[in-house]
Write a protein that binds this ligand. Structure first.
Ligand code: G3H
Ligand code: 13P
Ligand code: ZN
Length: 315
């Protein structure tokens, strides 16, 4: 069942975070649904602009609709990740997405407010939730690169003004993370003081953490042993997910860790079976491993075993 992110947040707020996982193809989609059903967790499917272009946006929609038929128990939102204004309107008008992210965080505060307000008006007219972003994460985000020096943490008073002025349903705040596999050079911890500062001014308001992959070192070691070269890859401590969730971080975005699972499975498979050229055997291993990975993340986020209670709350 497709629901809005706002519906998911109502149940989760202050208790657990909902995992928001990026998908690009059928194998990831199968692994995602399977892992969420195994762990009995609600989830958010994230589709980036890059994912929409990888095959065709209609292909992803068809894959998700097929997964819905295979896993009728699943409760999830379909969300545009890091959208620009035009892509938001395309998703809002598609009749398929239940949530969009407008990312105008690289614009001035005033321009970010103006763009976000327009998207909120269009989305809310159709019952669709909106995520916006304020502050700047380091790292690479689609075609936008921000070096660590220019990344800036969200200021709580600006966050409060922004939410009041735009009416967005949740806010991606810069709290020390960055996208990709190379997150921290110095301190490796979330800025809890920023989360607490926003919570004081916006009690009950859901925040979103981007760049939340944990970049498991065992995964990196296995990839490198199988021929990879991921030097200095490091991520967020998974044990910080739940403390952040209790303070109102209700959506936690994870993409890179899933890519590491894919890379490890395929590198090890072809290292160990150099004569193999059928893509289905490693694809099957990947779907199993991806499902396990998703179930593990949902345990860490506290979203595991919430499906029955969520379903009851939606009635
Ligand atoms: O924040 C970006 C997500 O990891 C999606 O990555 O734009 O390469 O699909 P992508
Ligand atoms: P990671 O690169 O840490 O997985 O972050 C993903 C993300 O924020 C997608 O919007
Ligand atoms: Zn992101």
């Amino acid at each position: 069942m497709i629901v809005t992110t706002a519906q998911l947040f109502k149940h989760a707020y202050g208790r657990y975070a909902v995992g928001a996982y990026n998908i690009n193809n059928a194998e990831q989609t199968m692994g995602l649904f399977r892992g969420c059903i195994q762990s009995q967790a609600p989830f958010i499917i994230q589709i980036s602009k890059g994912a929409r272009k990888y095959t065709d946006k209609r292909m992803l929609e068809a894959i998700i609709r097929a997964a819905e038929g295979i896993f009728p128990e699943a409760i999830y939102a379909v969300h545009l990740d890091h959208g620009d204004e035009d892509t938001c309107y395309d998703c809002i008008n598609s009749g398929f997405y239940s949530s969009v992210m407008i990312d105008a965080s690289h614009e001035s505060f005033e321009k970010n407010v103006a763009i976000t307000k327009r998207v909120v008006a269009a989305a809310h007219a159709k019952g669709i939730s909106v995520e916006a972003e304020l502050g700047m994460l380091g790292g690479v985000e689609e075609d936008i690169k921000v070096d660590e020096g220019n990344a800036c943490l969200t200021k709580p008073d600006e966050a409060a003004q922004f939410v009041k002025q735009t009416g967005c349903d949740c806010l991606a705040a810069a709290i020390g993370t960055s996208h990709g596999a190379y997150k921290f050079k110095g301190r490796q911890s979330l800025h809890f003081e920023v989360i607490e500062g926003i919570k004081r001014l916006l009690p009950g308001y859901p925040l979103v953490m981007h760049g939340s992959s944990s970049v498991p070192q065992e995964e990196v070691r296995r990839i490198n042993e199988a021929g990879g070269k991921l030097g200095g890859a490091v991520g967020v401590d998974e044990n910080e997910y739940l403390p952040a969730a209790k303070l109102g971080v209700t959506k936690i975005n994870i993409d890179t860790d899933g890519r590491l699972v894919w890379t490890r499975v395929h590198r090890e498979f072809f290292r160990d079976k150099p004569t193999e050229f059928d893509f289905r055997p490693p694809g099957k291993i990947f779907m199993d491993e991806y499902a396990k990975f998703i179930a593990h993340k949902n345990e860490k986020l506290g979203s595991a075993n919430q499906l029955t209670a969520l379903r009851a709350s939606l009635k």
